[in-house]
Structures are given as structure tokens and as C-alpha cells.
Write a new protein. Structure first.
Length: 319
């Protein structure tokens, strides 16, 4: 796919230019470059790792159909910013939709309502300390193909519903299909969110999270239960977070996570991370981060297995 990135960028610029010429709403071109330099260590040894952390490029837009309806769309791709291999690693959120007074319906590849519900409670997303090291990303906290999603906002309450068809041909018989619901509510310094998801023939999950901001502090957490069809694989996952704002631009952020697996013969993963994040402005930030984990506590999102540690310097730029 290494030849696709210039084509995608070129197509986006061509569409934007043609749209302006035809008085058609031009798409918004956007992206993120997120890179880090890290020292990682586990049971097998250590290494210096320079990596791209879910860097992305995309285009999105809206076109008014009449006074009450608008067509919406989004095409986003994960890009590789540090290796010379595939420029485009995979598709991210990609959909066509319709928006009106009733809310918005999107069809394509999309985060499930379950995944979206607590995403704002992850202080170190797309780093070694991503909370999906603990929450069940492999089964539930996921972005799914073949999806239809409904989103709406009622003042302080946001609501999402989603259905993913799984294997959507006749032979596949919709194996792996899932339905989920998610909601969040914000009032003052309090933010509460939760979701429920059922994967046909596999498992179901429920999670509830909250954060509270006061003075220079922000405390939060997420509790997730996962009930699986296979005996002994049920999980109770816990995330606790804290943030202390040192200045208007700088904060210390910490996260602790653990998984309690029903099978007593399996070791329970744990993770602890602390770091400093500095926002230069709305688009650029830098951070320093230290992470320690046991029993695969950094394996799922951090991609460092076993008993592991990581120390990273990162830079993130949105455009």
C-alpha cells in the first residue's frame, strides 16, 4: 500500500480544488502525526523503539441536501510515519451518512457505540499506556467493519447506537455480529459515561466510567465486566486515572489498570504509568512517559509483552 498515500492526498486536494471551482462544499483535509522515541524492556531483552502511534490522514465534509437534511462523509487512514514500508497501514473511520433533526446515521467502518462511550477517559491514548492494554480491545473496545451507527446529542447527554454485521455474506451467516449502546453526560466538572455490547455467540460487556475536575485536579476511572462463552475467561477490568495541572499548558497524568481473570491459573495483567504532557497550542504537544507492567499488562495496545517497562518521549501534531 506504499503507493496509496500520495494518491489519497492527491485525490483529496483535487476534490477540494474542484469543489471550490464548482461552488460545492470542499472537504476538510486533516490529520495527525504522532511519533515517539522509547526505551522498551521485557523478559526477552531491551531495545530503542522509534514508532508512529496511530498517525493518520483523512478528509471529511458535509453537504446540505435541503433545509433539514445534510449528507456527511469521512475517509480516514492510519499512516506509517517512521518506517519505509506501507505508507497506509489500514483504514480507520470511514462512512457516508445523513444528518437531520433526528440525529445522524452513518454507514461504513466505525467505532462501536461501546468503544466511543468512554474514549474521553483515556489520558494516554495511542501510547504505551493506552487504557486498551487493560480494557477488552480484542473483543469489545473496537472499530468494526460493516457497521451502521446512530449518534445524537440532547443538551448535556450524548447517545450512540451501533450494529456491526460481522461476516456479512451468506456463508458467513453474520458470524461475529454485534450490537452496542453508549452514552455520556457532562455537567460542570462531572463527566459520566457507559456502554453495553453483545457479540453474537461470543461474549457481552458492560462498562461504566466517570471523571471529576476540580481546581487543578482531575480524577477518573472505568470499570468493565466481560462475560465470555468460554468458561474461566470472564474478566473484571479496572482503570484509575489522575491529572494535576501544573500550568495552563502542562499537566502530570497517571493511570493504573488491572484485569481480574476468572481463571485463577492465569496471571492477572497490571499496568501503571505516569508522565508529563505539554500543550504548546491547540495543535502541537509533547510528552515524557514512563510505564511499568506485569503479566502482559502492556501487550494489547503497547505491543510489549510479558513483564515490561517503557520510557518514551513523544511529539503529536494535528493539522
Amino acid at each position: 500500500m506504499n503507493k496509496l498515500l500520495p494518491a489519497v492526498i492527491g485525490t483529496g486536494l483535487l476534490i477540494a480544488g474542484a469543489a471550490n471551482a464548482a461552488d460545492f462544499p470542499a472537504p476538510t483535509l486533516y490529520g495527525r502525526v504522532h511519533v515517539s522515541v522509547g526505551m522498551i524492556d521485557n523478559d526477552d531483552g531491551s531495545a530503542t523503539q522509534i514508532k508512529s502511534n496511530a498517525s493518520r490522514f483523512g478528509m471529511k465534509g458535509k453537504y446540505d441536501l435541503d433545509s433539514d437534511l445534510a449528507a456527511t462523509y469521512k475517509l480516514e487512514f492510519e499512516i506509517e510515519a517512521t518506517d519505509s514500508g506501507d505508507n497506509i497501514k489500514k483504514g480507520r473511520t470511514q462512512y457516508a451518512g445523513i444528518k437531520g433533526n433526528f440525529g445522524e446515521i452513518r454507514v461504513g467502518r466505525h467505532d462501536t457505540a461501546y468503544k466511543s462511550s468512554t474514549s474521553k477517559l483515556d489520558p494516554w491514548g495511542d501510547t504505551y499506556a493506552d487504557y486498551n492494554n487493560i480494557l477488552d480491545k480484542s473483543e469489545h473496545d473496537a472499530r468494526e467493519d460493516n457497521s451502521i451507527v446512530y449518534v445524537n446529542k440532547f443538551d448535556a447527554l450524548s447517545l450512540g447506537l451501533s450494529y456491526s454485521a460481522g461476516s456479512d455474506d451468506i456463508a458467513g451467516d453474520n458470524d461475529g455480529s454485534r450490537a452496542s449502546i453508549g452514552a455520556s453526560y457532562k455537567t460542570g466538572g462531572l463527566y459520566v459515561a457507559g456502554g453495553y455490547e453483545d457479540v453474537d455467540g461470543s461474549s457481552s460487556a458492560f462498562k461504566l466510567g466517570a471523571s471529576y475536575s476540580f481546581s487543578q485536579f482531575k480524577l477518573g476511572g472505568v470499570v468493565e465486566t466481560v462475560d465470555k462463552e468460554t468458561a474461566g475467561e470472564d474478566e473484571l477490568n479496572l482503570i484509575l486515572t489522575g491529572e494535576f495541572k501544573i500550568t495552563e499548558k502542562g499537566s502530570i497524568k497517571a493511570v493504573y489498570g488491572q484485569t481480574d481473570i476468572d481463571d485463577s491459573s492465569v496471571q492477572d495483567p497490571t499496568m501503571f504509568a505516569i508522565g508529563y504532557n505539554h500543550k504548546f497550542n491547540k495543535k502541537a504537544s509533547a510528552y515524557i512517559l514512563a510505564v511499568s507492567s506485569e503479566d502482559e499488562g502492556m501487550d494489547e495496545a503497547g505491543k510489549v509483552d510479558g513483564d515490561a517497562t517503557a520510557f518514551a518521549l513523544g511529539l503529536k501534531y494535528n493539522f
